[in-house]
Ligand binder design. Sequence first.
Ligand code: HAM
Length: 424
Amino acid sequence: MITARPRGTADVLPDDAGRWRHVEETFRQICREYNYQEIRTPVFEHTELFERGVGDTTDIVEKEMYTFRDRGDRSVTLRPEGTAPVARAYLENRLNAGPQPVKLYYTGPMFRYDRPQAGRYRQFHQLGAEVLGSDDPAVDAELIAMAMDFYGRLGLRDLDLHINSVGCPRCRSELRLRLREFFRPVHDKLCVNCRGRLDKNPLRVLDCKVERCDELAGNAPTTIDCLCPDCEKHFGRVKACLEGLGIPFTVNGRLVRGLDYYTHTAFEVMVPDIGAQSSIGGGGRYNGLVEALGGPPTPGVGYALGVERIILTMERQGAPFPARNRPDVFVAAADPSGEEKAFGVLFALRAEGLSADKDYLGRSLKAQMKLAGRIGCRFVVILGGDELKRGAAAVRDMAGGSQVELRLEGLSREIKKWGLGIRD
Ligand code: HAM
């Protein structure tokens, strides 16, 4: 028997699925309010999309992708993130020909081959939003505000919003030079990864999590020190918009994020005290991405939030979740005549909009009542005996314990009126 799921994956069982739905539905509601439209892209893409989009010197592309050759010998990759696929879809489906900007959102699984630990999985789920076709800093602020609004509605507290500007390619080549110079004398003290990064992608040394690198980078030049006047102005507007909305933030010049497509704004939302995997969401602007994929110059900005880490944080902080769905009615049979009738009554109740279930194991009436209690039904309709001959049934209110006789004709209306307080 095969009983183990692959490492870094999870089964979301019915008790937890309600929590997931709550988080996803809250996100969809926010997206409606902020006027973002849903997009669904494939779970796998040509490998080249991520190599070119995310960047071939990033950790994701270098060591975390689920890449394989399909039966047609094409290299395909399970998407490690959603931004490059959305930019590809925008271009391929000529969304740039319609009214701009295009505001999109998505939800779904992403795949990264990393060492699993609490809050880090190989299959995880993101809620994402992307805006293509506008370089207005107010859009950056809208997205950040939207993410914070979402966390707030879920009841999350004590979140740290870090923002930064990683500048334009010109600012970054200046920073790269300055970083190489800064780290040259301490090159040998850096971790093995950072020694490699210094050549290929020195910005990443700024956010290395290894303690010694973190200390060494303490006085290093940051992105903020190298911003050109245009980038400075853009960042100033983003900060002013956030201040105008009353959203507290910390400017963190060492926040560079692990994906290569970022330009200008970068941001991340952290929860203190949940260990190494403290980032519950992040994003930023990516004005060069569509062009890198072969399209016309097109500004873009967006974010992705990790569902598993959000739920973990909600649980740790004691945030409220809605109660589990319970059926309204259990249809129980008291005797064989009731058994015959039960199926029809069950379907009639459902057709009238009630959620209803019955026993399928031939239980005694006593055992059926017990089952109805265990699954949390509000009412039990008991079919059989004299009541049934009169065209009626006994209906028990499981919460209050009272029992009344109701006619089968119009039963759902009577139950709604009597017990659920619903009148038509
Ligand atoms: P990211 O920072 O790589 O950005 O991922 C965003 C969020 O996904 C993280 O903050 C975290 O909550 C969650 N996450 C990432 N990896 C894992 C994992 N292995 N297990 C559990 N959760 C994880 C992006 O993916 C960008 N596409 C965001 C973006 C959108 N930038 C612009 N637009």
